[in-house]
Design a protein around this ligand. Structure first.
Ligand code: FES
Length: 118
């Protein structure tokens, strides 16, 4: 378990992505319209540009360069031209604090929880 405190919940503006550095990796942080906090890889799988500079549309993050939209829950691209998923990192909320892990073991555990829930 390698969760790192990234920010306070109140630091995240609803509907706007922000960049964070977690465990040496750039992460795009998003608080969506429903209050869910997401952490995803901050690099588009199509053109290697920063996704945190893109727009949040519902529970999708749209790449500013060519417009691919990535599902913030699964990392899968919902629109072309991107065809590969981006990594989704597990998020924990503890009171007002937001924690993220980029540890592969935590990512795998979060993925299996997601699978079990669906
Ligand atoms: S660089 Fe992101 S869709 Fe092309």
């Amino acid at each position: 378990m390698s969760f790192e405190r990234v920010c306070a919940l109140s630091d995240l503006t609803v509907g706007t992505a922000a960049q964070a550095l977690v465990g040496g990796k750039l992460v795009a942080m998003v608080r969506d319209d429903n209050g869910h906090v997401h952490a995803v890889e901050d690099e588009c799988s199509h053109g290697k540009v920063s996704l945190s500079e893109g727009d949040v549309v519902g529970c999708f993050l749209e790449c500013w360069l060519h417009g691919s939209r990535f599902d913030l829950f699964t990392g899968e691209p919902a629109t072309l031209p991107a065809t590969a998923a981006i990594r989704v990192y597990p998020v924990r909320l503890e009171g007002e604090d937001v924690y993220v892990s980029v540890d592969p073991a935590d990512i795998a555990a979060a993925g299996s929880q997601l699978s079990a829930a669906t």
